[in-house]
Write a protein that binds this ligand. Structure first.
Ligand SMILES: Nc1ncnc2c1ncn2[C@@H]1O[C@H](COP(=O)(O)OP(=O)(O)OP(=O)(O)O)[C@@H](O)[C@H]1O
Ligand SMILES: [Mg+2]
Length: 234
């Protein structure tokens, strides 16, 4: 899959959340990329724009040459999954199982396959015992796991993860990293969790004030103290 930003600017509330951003993600070359940056740097806006959730002020985003916008959104959202920064934006069904089943149920799969995927996702996210629980009774980390399970059960070609480890305990972070590393899909991960970034994403972009300030091997950039200081990462 290729996701291409061409001179993308997104103004939000008088601020340029993204300013003239151009970048190409190619799953063949950099299948797993961390999007790093301080609070307000534009990470969530960056990921949400790929699914057409943030109107572009100017520029264009293309997913496998399909411009993000009316006419392609259904197809793009079927192929690209997003786990929101706030799990409450994601979860809306009564029980955890219903929530995790929602995406796969709407994908023309037979019911056996839906059940197989849902069981696998619940197991991988460590929430089998919560399957029949009401979503509203879950802890923050449990909600996070349910939201991740729902998107991963769709087996998207690309997954956009916005702060996937926020609220997860250290073991949950490690296990999520290990699981993601077994999945052959494109992964774009917005995170403040630099250890998680190094575990999952060999390549990273660092955003600052809505612009790409640096890009390169995660291991190398995260050793650069000056860069970390000037981009709010240390
Ligand atoms: N609804 C909104 N109205 C006005 N400005 C907004 C809105 N949402 C976001 N912004 C602004 O857009 C900019 C980018 O926000 P964004 O949420 O993309 O940052 P982020 O890098 O994800 O930050 P964080 O690390 O806190 O999640 C910020 O300056 C933010 O204040
Ligand atoms: Mg964010």
């Amino acid at each position: 899959m290729i996701i291409e930003f061409r001179n993308v600017t997104i103004s939000r509330g008088g601020v340029s959340a993204l300013e003239d951003v151009s970048w190409t993600f190619d799953s063949e070359k950099t299948p797993s990329v961390a999007i790093l940056g301080a609070n307000g740097a534009g990470k969530s806006t960056f990921l949400e724009a790929i699914l057409g959730l943030r109107p572009l002020t100017s520029g264009q985003i293309l997913v496998d040459e399909m411009p993000v916008g009316k006419g392609h959104l259904t197809q793009i959202r079927r192929r690209v999954g997003l786990v929101f920064q706030n799990s409450d934006d994601q979860l809306f069904s009564q029980t955890v199982r219903e929530d995790v089943s929602f995406g796969p149920t709407h994908m023309e799969l037979d019911s056996e396959e839906v059940k197989r995927r849902v069981d696998e996702a619940l197991e991988k996210m460590g929430i089998v015992t919560l399957a029949e629980r009401s979503v509203s009774t879950l802890s923050g980390g449990e909600k996070r796991r349910a939201a991740l399970a729902g998107v991963l059960a769709m087996h998207p070609e690309a997954v956009l993860l916005d702060e996937p480890t926020s609220m997860l305990d250290p073991r949950g972070c490690r296990e999520l990293a290990e699981y993601l590393n077994t999945l052959e899909m494109m992964k774009l991960v917005a995170t403040h969790d630099l250890l998680f970034a190094t575990r999952v994403c060999p390549f990273c972009l660092i955003l600052k004030d809505g612009k790409i300030h640096a890009s390169g091997l995660t291991e190398d950039l995260l050793k650069d103290e000056t860069l970390l200081m000037e981009t709010g990462l240390a």
